[in-house]
Ligand binder design. Structure first.
Ligand code: CP
Length: 322
């Protein structure tokens, strides 16, 4: 197997075998199969890992920080606001500087979509994309796949409905590259303004269905993945904001009503990358219910991010080295 790439900017940077290895390794961390003493990446070199969050984050940043510390690596919080980026220094020069200070890997979040395209070949440092604009959020999609598998076994032959602001969601874009590789179909649902007019030609379109009928998506899917309306990425307020909860929001009573009418056999599990907007894409009763799995996603995020960091720092690839 080939080694892991020095930059994880998008799901397509990884082969299916590498993704399978990440899932395997993350599960071993979760089960505690790897003893604490062996969490170190190297016996001779304590890696230094930096985070640089140029956009707000709760889940991604802190789970990476916890993963770094569980792996026994040194952690540096690079503060973009007080850095020389503010004096006009380029991101490339910034990362080269960190690299020459001994930083081995940098996890970066940015509001600029495709910010990492310039580093596709010969990146100045190992990079994990912690979310770039509306483009990609690969580690989130990987931990989501881990959670689907934890909850339902194989995803092959199953369908995930991604409901909400699909075109502005970097998580949706990463899931769209990831899940079909494992035989999982995707239903994209929401208001017309939130749905792609055309799917990316690199995707296997036979694995996708796009609908404005959210009830259809609920009825035809095994997992419901809800998205926030990402107003900060809109050019102005959209007409559908007011009617969103009624038309496309998912409430516990809506799901229980579908079950009472015999349209679904059970209330499906609900996933959300967070942060959730209660009263928009879901209601408080659903968020507080046992069907809501976002906290399981958060728990898995630490293990998946440990797995990704370990793979990228040790260039591992075969299962025996997990
Ligand atoms: N899922 C996710 O990216 O959440 P944060 O914005 O809180 O990191």
């Amino acid at each position: 197997m080939n080694g892991f790439p020095p930059i994880l900017a998008e799901i397509n940077n990884l082969s299916k075998d590498q993704i399978t290895w990440l899932l395997y390794s993350a599960k071993r961390f979760k089960l505690g199969v790897v003893p604490v003493g062996k969490y170190q990446i190297s016996d001779t070199h304590q890696p230094i890992i930096a985070t640089s969050f140029l956009e707000n984050s709760t889940r991604t940043k802190h789970s990476f920080v916890i993963a770094i510390q569980k792996l026994g690596a040194m952690y540096v919080d690079f503060n973009a606001e007080t850095s020389s980026l503010k004096k006009g220094e380029s991101l490339e020069e910034t990362l080269l500087t960190l690299s020459h200070q001994g930083v081995d890997l940098c996890i970066i979040r940015t509001s600029v979509s495709h910010q990492f395209d310039e580093f596709k070949t010969n990146p100045p440092i190992r990079i994990i994309n912690g979310g770039d604009g509306i483009n990609q959020h690969p580690s989130q999609a990987l931990l989501d796949l881990m959670t689907f598998i934890d909850d339902g076994g194989e995803v092959k032959g199953r369908t995930v409905a991604i409901i909400g602001d699909c075109i502005h969601s970097r998580v949706a874009h990463s899931l769209m590259e990831l899940l079909p590789q494992f035989g999982c179909k995707i239903l994209l649902a929401g208001p017309e303004e939130c749905l792609p007019k055309q799917l990316d030609s690199r995707l296997d379109t036979s694995m996708f269905h796009v609908t404005t009928d959210t009830e259809e998506a609920i009825l035809k899917s095994d997992f419901l993945y809800l998205l926030r309306i990402q107003k900060e990425r809109h050019s102005g307020p959209a007409a559908y904001y007011e009617s969103y909860l009624h038309k496309h929001g998912v409430s516990l009573s809506r799901l229980e009503g579908l079950m009472a009418n015999g349209k679904i056999s059970k209330v499906p599990r609900i996933y959300h990358p967070g942060p959730a907007n209660v009263g928009v894409e879901l209601d408080m009763a659903l968020l507080k219910s046992r069907h809501y799995r976002a906290h399981a996603q958060v728990t898995n995020s630490v293990y998946m991010r440990m797995s990704i960091i370990k793979a990228m720092l040790t260039n591992l690839g075969d299962v025996s080295s997990a």
